[in-house]
Design a protein around this ligand. Structure first.
Ligand code: TRP
Length: 334
């Protein structure tokens, strides 16, 4: 079977172009964790349609994300890498869990408030029940740990509440999951405004390093990254832009911030920014190469998609059947 006894589940949306923040803050940790746990890494395409998507773009981005998981080092023979929409049990359990979630709880979700402010013309019910689908993703696999960013902690807390509520009524049906917050490199800020998180939807192209940026673009963006007038590479809250660049360089090279300060003592920002840019370009080059190979190898990737969806479905159905039985849905005659 897979790597460990405990189950780990995580997922990303295939909307927007992923940034090094997504890699350093999430994917890289997944690769490390995958040695220790039995892991499901999902491309959560059903979550994406809470906001209108262009079908061709969504399809293309979903495939790119799935191949990125593999290119980043997640072995598709040892981890279950799949599309949410290929496993109908997600949506089915989500319906059931909707009946165990209160409108008051969902109304308190800050992501719902933010997204409905941003998409005022399309505040659909899916946007509102988004966290219930996420709970179903997690609970279907009896997940023990869920690596998530800070922005998803509230959703995870709700998932736990739903699981506990259901278990209180029907007995031990769901494992109550724990959040896993990465230790290092988790927070990468914008290169143009260190007060903002680096985002896949920033209007300013220069603010984010995308995982598919080429070497010249990466180096150019770091050259243009804002700094300050201190002229000193120091890891301090008084120099947030430099601090962010040091964090990136540390996360990429594994050097501690103190080592980085020492390395660039007495050196200018130009030299420092070039070193950061080159380290990021060097990090991404093999991932991009592997991803391009995978995108070109249709049969191999299709095989993986099929096998992994079958495996995920098998696990998901075990939980779904149990839930249906507990609820009193009629048994299927054999
Ligand atoms: N909502 C998460 C995000 O936007 C993605 C997600 C969906 C997820 N289902 C999940 C993350 C289950 C962890 C576990 O980042």
């Amino acid at each position: 079977m897979l790597n460990g006894e405990k189950m780990l589940f995580s997922g990303m949306q295939a909307t927007g172009r992923l940034t090094i923040g997504n890699y350093l803050g999430a994917l890289k940790n997944w690769v490390t964790l995958s040695d220790e746990y039995t892991c499901l890494f999902c491309v959560v395409d059903e979550h994406s349609i809470t906001v209108r998507q262009d079908p061709a773009t969504l399809r293309q981005r979903a495939r790119k994300l799935l191949t990125l998981y593999i290119a980043a080092g997640l072995d598709p023979e040892k981890n279950i890498i799949y599309y949410q929409s290929h496993v109908p049990a997600h949506a089915e359990l989500a319906w059931i869990l909707n009946c165990f979630t209160y409108i008051g709880e969902l109304s308190r979700m800050t992501q719902f408030k933010d997204k409905s402010a941003k998409h005022e013309d399309n505040i659909n019910a899916g946007l509102f029940t988004y966290p219930v689908l996420m709970a179903s993703d997690i609970l279907l696999y009896q997940t023990d740990v869920v690596p998530v960013g800070h922005d998803q902690l509230q959703h995870l807390e709700l998932t736990r509440d739903i699981a506990i509520r259901f278990n209180n009524i029907y007995g031990e049906v769901f494992t109550v999951p724990e959040a896993y917050i990465g230790k290092v490199g988790a927070r990468i800020q914008s290169l143009q405004d260190p007060a903002k998180k680096m985002s896949k939807s920033d209007e300013n192209e220069n603010a984010s390093i995308y995982l598919d940026d080429d070497r010249d673009t990466i180096i150019r963006k770091f050259k243009r990254a804002i700094t300050d007038n201190e002229a000193c590479v120091r890891f301090s809250d008084e120099q947030p832009a430099i601090k962010n660049l040091i964090s990136i360089y540390s996360a990429v090279t594994g050097k501690s911030p103190a080592d980085v300060e020492r390395e660039f003592e007495g050196k200018g920002y130009g030299e420092f920014k070039l070193a950061v840019g080159e380290s990021v370009a060097d990090l991404l080059a093999p991932i991009q190469k592997r991803q391009a190979e995978l995108l070109a190898d249709k049969d191999y990737v299709d095989g993986i998609i099929k096998n992994n969806a079958d495996h995920a479905s098998y696990l998901a159905m075990k939980t779904l059947r149990k839930v249906q039985k507990k609820l009193g849905f009629p048994e299927r005659p054999r």
